[in-house]
Design a protein around this ligand. Structure first.
Ligand code: AMP
Ligand code: ZN
Length: 137
């Protein structure tokens, strides 16, 4: 299913032009217009899924296989020292475009891209509580 009001549906299906690094029948990988680092790319399914929870299992599996393949090519071609896969779900998690996408962010020593978090703290009680809640689902 495509969503006629979704910009990533239009980009993924070629109705809006993009700088495309990879395309197959299910996915398109484009360069992000507001890159965190040089080569920051987005893997977009051609069908509309709003987020991770909307993906069927077959597509979800294909996402990681494609991401692995393209990320490997990008790392070599761009001489990256590392690479982050980032995938945001929901406004609280920083999602701004509500068509599932995986960020492929090449990393370079000292690039200072602000992607990682400052470690917080927890307690044994909190960890037990989280485990109990997740186990109960
Ligand atoms: P997120 O915050 O995870 O929803 O990521 C959305 C990403 O899409 C951001 O990194 C934006 O820079 C990027 N973006 C938004 N519109 C476009 C566009 N038309 N072409 C390429 N990248 C885009
Ligand atoms: Zn869409």
């Amino acid at each position: 299913m495509k969503d006629s009001s979704c910009i990533f549906c239009k980009i993924a299906n070629g109705e809006i032009p993009s700088t495309t690094l990879y395309e197959d029948e299910d996915f398109r990988v484009i360069l992000d217009l507001g890159p965190a680092t040089r080569g920051h790319a987005l893997l977009l399914p051609k069908e509309h899924y709003k987020d991770l929870f909307d993906l069927d299992d077959e597509t979800a599996a294909k996402v990681l296989i494609r991401a692995k393949r393209i990320a490997g090519r990008m790392r070599t071609a761009l001489g990256a020292d590392g690479l982050n896969l980032v995938q945001n779900n929901g406004e609280a998690a920083g999602q701004t475009v509500f068509h599932f996408h995986m960020h492929l962010i090449p990393r370079y020593q000292e690039d200072h891209a602000g992607i990682l978090w400052k470690p917080g703290s927890t307690t044994a009680e909190e960890m037990e509580e989280v485990k109990r809640l997740v186990d109960s689902q």
